[in-house]
Design a protein around this ligand. Sequence first.
Ligand SMILES: [Mg+2]
Length: 178
Amino acid sequence: MEKRPAVFFDRDGVVNRSPGAGYVTRWQDFELNEGIDAAVSLCKSRGYYAVLVTSQRCVSKGLISIDTLHALHDEMQHALGASAKFDSIHEFTGLPGTESLEKPNPGLILEAARALPIDLERSWLIGDADRDIVMAQRAGVPSTVRVLTNHPVGVEAMFTVDSIAALIPLLELRLPFV
Ligand SMILES: [Mg+2]
């Protein structure tokens, strides 16, 4: 299969409203950000894989089972709709042996690049925390977008937007067609 770039999406704060210091453990608390389906769909229509890379330490903390987390992601995929479905989902759970997947390590992105033929050098990442931006840099993903949420900004991303509404025009302008 020919390699294609991906757009890596962080989950909490990007795909859904950030739960702050806590976790989303039930679908009824999972609030999709308005316009995120259009943003994912735009990336896919330009020829990119859409890949979700998310830290859910709530699994190792015993707040949610891995099966419930997967069921929640199934619901999310359904709610996003066919044109905005993620091609692959990668989770850090905090369970023993998963340390290399913990952001800002590059493990989640490297795992995705083993699951799909991803051209990392032309890939993008959209996140809301320093650890997302640094993970991309360590994985060799050059283009980064920060969506401002409650996370403090310590590392500059290539682009910064203050909302998902502002993300869409940025991608329309800057995301090259594959
Ligand atoms: Mg986040």
